[in-house]
Design a binder for this molecule. Structure first.
Ligand code: HEC
Ligand code: HEC
Ligand code: HEC
Ligand code: HEC
Ligand code: HEC
Length: 170
């Protein structure tokens, strides 16, 4: 092959490469342990054989997983460890018909569309977006749910990535 042809091919390759969008620079640092009003441990409770879905019900229309009502906890803690201080605090919320003011760990702004059900139906897993919850005594943001992370998976899975897919005017 003549030198000029090689140069032309290389030039073409460079031009094509240059047309690709630059890979997004995305760094993610896990967040700190989130302090909760009651020191609930996923690790301890899941070791008893409880299932995610017993506490996180994907109620219709399926966007949220929700958090359990105090009544669910009191099903056991009416009797179990009821002399312990955190359980007395829990019982107080329950008696006052107040939800425990849990600090949120994963939250996205309300201007972003997101549905748990669509993603679960598409084969995504709890662990993929939230990490090894069942092994955690205290949760922290250990997985990236930023716009860059959403778009990276959409690119990989060939799901749409135009702005309006996740934002207003869809
Ligand atoms: C594709 C990523 C993804 C998957 C898969 C996923 N989640 Fe989430 N999860 C999120 C995002 C994003 C939020 C924040 C939603 C918001 O603020 O509206 C969230 C929020 C939550 C919340 C807080 C309450 C709520 O619904 O906003 C709980 C609890 C939760 N997820 C549990 C689970 C469980 C249990 C599974 C598996 C059955 C799961 N998630 C699978 C991304 C995911
Ligand atoms: C299936 C029964 C069951 C359910 C449901 C349950 N727990 Fe527990 N929980 C236990 C058991 C058993 C222990 C261990 C008790 C011990 O170590 O003495 C425990 C321990 C705890 C502790 C530690 C108590 C201490 O100081 O030693 C807290 C806090 C707690 N649970 C909160 C909750 C909350 C909040 C909920 C609801 C989201 C909940 N539990 C639901 C059975 C349950
Ligand atoms: C006994 C009830 C119970 C079970 C079972 C349970 N959770 Fe939770 N989950 C809670 C409570 C209470 C909170 C709020 C306190 C906290 O963040 O630790 C919570 C919080 C979460 C959050 C953070 C939500 C947010 O954005 O603030 C995620 C994610 C989550 N759970 C996932 C799971 C997964 C995955 C499983 C199964 C492997 C599971 N949970 C099983 C009770 C439960
Ligand atoms: C694990 C890969 C993955 C991650 C992470 C992910 N998505 Fe998706 N998403 C998909 C796939 C695949 C679909 C297509 C599902 C279908 O065909 O219905 C989808 C569909 C959607 C839809 C349309 C579903 C509907 O019901 O309208 C929205 C909106 C969306 N994603 C937003 C988000 C946002 C926001 C995030 C980040 C917080 C995110 N996605 C993270 C894979 C992912
Ligand atoms: C796959 C879902 C998805 C797509 C596609 C998407 N976004 Fe986002 N966007 C998000 C999420 C999630 C957030 C919230 C990120 C956070 O708070 O960490 C966000 C936040 C934003 C913000 C606020 C950022 C900030 O720092 O305050 C702007 C502006 C934005 N998006 C614009 C766009 C534009 C423009 C496009 C099209 C090029 C786009 N988005 C496409 C999911 C998406």
């Amino acid at each position: 092959m003549g030198r000029s042809r090689w140069a032309a091919a290389a030039g073409l390759a460079v031009a094509v490469f240059a047309q690709q969008p630059a890979p997004p620079v995305r760094t993610f640092t896990p967040g700190p342990a989130v302090r909760q009003p009651i020191p609930y441990s996923h690790e301890k409770h899941l070791a008893m054989g409880l299932k995610c879905a017993q506490c996180h019900k994907n109620a219709d229309p399926g966007e949220t997983m929700g958090l359990p009502a105090t009544a669910l906890c009191m099903g056991c803690h009416q009797t179990i460890a009821k002399e312990k201080e955190p359980i007395q605090a829990l019982a107080k919320y329950h008696a006052g018909k107040r939800a425990v003011p849990w600090e949120r760990v994963y939250q996205i702004p309300s201007y972003v569309f997101f549905s748990h059900r669509s993603h679960l139906n598409a084969g995504a897993t709890c662990e993929g977006c939230h990490g090894k919850v069942a092994e955690r005594a205290v949760l922290f943001r250990e997985k990236d749910i930023s716009m860059g992370a959403c778009m990276e998976c959409h690119r990989r899975e060939k799901a749409p990535n135009d702005c309006q897919f996740c934002h207003e005017n869809r």
